[in-house]
Design a protein around this ligand. Structure first.
Ligand SMILES: Cc1cc2nc3c(=O)[nH]c(=O)nc-3n(C[C@H](O)[C@H](O)[C@H](O)COP(=O)(O)O)c2cc1C
Length: 205
């Protein structure tokens, strides 16, 4: 059986990047859950390296080789982890532009885990008011747990009221793995549509 393909898209800009770190932690957790049933290949797409190509594609409509390859990887993935830094209370422009240049049917029916990093925990709901609707529009199957990591979340374990980052990562990754494993294999294309009258005729005694 072919290994499953998991693609993590990181729109982090800094080096090192907390967004990339979150993407790596989520991808590793999902790979571990999937590995209980299927071998899984993980690939990380760093949008920082594709920024110029993405901007050119917005203007010309023609992606360069590296961007084309990244788009293919996302389109063919069994599951996608999409992670953005929060800029001005929403996803970053680079993150949005990448999903703007992908065909708007490429994610249909595909399990997607959404995640974000931010300077303040106050903007965690950007996942619900910005990222979830974006992927709903693209008809992706978005996992219920969205993961937000504010600066103060790194290295802390949560408290009585809030779960720590590690717990949220593990829960979201498990939800993604469950969706990926339950997803039916792509259906064979239907060659010919049998006319309704012919189907009815076949039922007559
Ligand atoms: C232009 C800009 C706007 C930002 N706006 C917000 C914001 O509205 N809310 C927030 O929580 N953090 C905001 N931040 C902080 C980043 O989300 C945060 O530093 C992020 O984790 C950086 O990710 P990186 O380390 O992968 O580059 C902003 C940062 C920049 C550069």
């Amino acid at each position: 059986m072919k290994p499953l393909k998991l693609v993590a898209v990181s729109a982090g800009l800094s080096q090192p990047s907390s967004t990339r770190l979150l993407a790596d932690r989520l991808a590793e957790a999902a790979r571990r859950h999937l590995a209980e049933e299927r071998a899984t290949e993980v690939r990380v797409v760093e949008l920082r390296d594709l920024a110029t190509d993405i901007a050119n594609t917005m203007v010309t409509g023609f992606p360069g080789a590296a961007l084309r390859e990244a788009i293919e990887a996302v389109t063919e993935a069994d599951g996608v982890i999409a992670v953005t830094p929060i800029f001005t209370a929403s996803y970053s422009g680079l993150f949005k532009s990448f999903f703007d240049v992908i065909d708007n049917t490429a994610l249909a029916g595909k399990p997607v885990l959404i995640a974000a990093t931010g300077g303040t925990a106050r903007h965690s709901l950007a996942l619900e008011h910005a990222l979830r609707p974006l992927f709903a529009y693209l008809r992706a199957i978005v996992v219920p747990t969205a993961v937000y990591a504010a600066s103060e979340d790194w290295g802390t374990g949560g408290d009585d009221r809030t779960e720590g980052l590690a717990v949220r990562i593990s829960r979201a990754a498990e939800e993604l793995a469950d969706l990926v494993l339950r997803r039916p294999a792509a259906a064979e294309p239907i060659d010919a549509v049998i006319p309704f009258a012919q189907q009815l005729a076949a039922l007559r005694p």
